[in-house]
Design a protein around this ligand. Structure first.
Ligand code: ITT
Length: 192
């Protein structure tokens, strides 16, 4: 089985992507290749941050890799927290504090629609490719479920009445932003 480096140190993301590529590629995260750096995510777009992480691995390790960056874009907040989703409430990246701040900022608004956006940047033999995955939904006022991570307990995808945190893993992966972007990556890799 071929190995692919996934330039992430977020264990939740690595687990999700590993499950999606199970049997096709062996996925190694940053820690698995001895990279314990917190790669600076200083770009002002989701695409830019995905590319930064992929460039870092190519530059420092010379390995083919892919990376991803994800943001939650809330319509009434003009796309916030967006590229700042992980650190919305501060540098300690506390998911509960992020949700609390989101609820506070969204409270005056009737429009609670939002979307998750994932961009995967693949660097393969010196050539870069981008894959995007989107899922539309809304932010619930209360939290539901214990699965998933990040904003999952408050995000309800369109066509569902349960949050991402209430879905089983397979179902989330099938319809999620990351699932859709990974599917595009897979389709590309199969014909590359
Ligand atoms: P990397 O090592 O991959 O950079 P990270 O945690 O820094 O991991 P991001 O910069 O992509 O990841 O942060 C996006 C934030 O958005 C993340 O911390 C979560 O709070 C949230 N997020 C990302 N994917 C999510 C998902 O599937 N469900 C809910 N929240 C998610």
């Amino acid at each position: 089985m071929q190995t692919l480096i996934f330039a992430s140190s977020n264990p939740n993301k690595i687990r999700e992507v590993r499950e999606m590529l199970d049997g096709l590629y062996e996925i190694k995260g940053l820690h698995d290749i001895g990279c314990n750096e917190d790669i600076p995510e200083t770009a002002d777009t989701i695409e830019g941050n995905a590319l930064l992480k992929a460039h870092y691995v190519v530059e420092h390790y010379g390995l083919n890799c892919f990376s991803e960056d994800t943001g939650l874009e809330v319509t009434a907040l003009n796309g916030a927290p967006g590229v700042h989703s992980a650190r919305y409430s501060g540098e300690d990246r506390d998911p509960q504090a992020n949700i609390d701040l989101l609820q506070k900022n969204l409270a005056p608004h009737a429009d609670r629609s939002a979307r998750f956006k994932t961009v995967i940047a693949l660097s393969l033999d010196g050539v870069e490719h981008l894959f995007e995955g989107l899922v539309y939904g809304h932010i619930r006022q209360e939290q539901f479920g214990t699965g998933g991570f990040g904003y999952d307990p408050v995000f309800v995808p369109d066509g569902y009445s349960i949050s991402f945190a209430e879905m089983d893993k397979e179902e989330k992966n099938r319809i999620s932003h990351r699932g859709r972007a990974v599917q595009k990556l897979l389709d590309f890799l199969k014909q590359a």
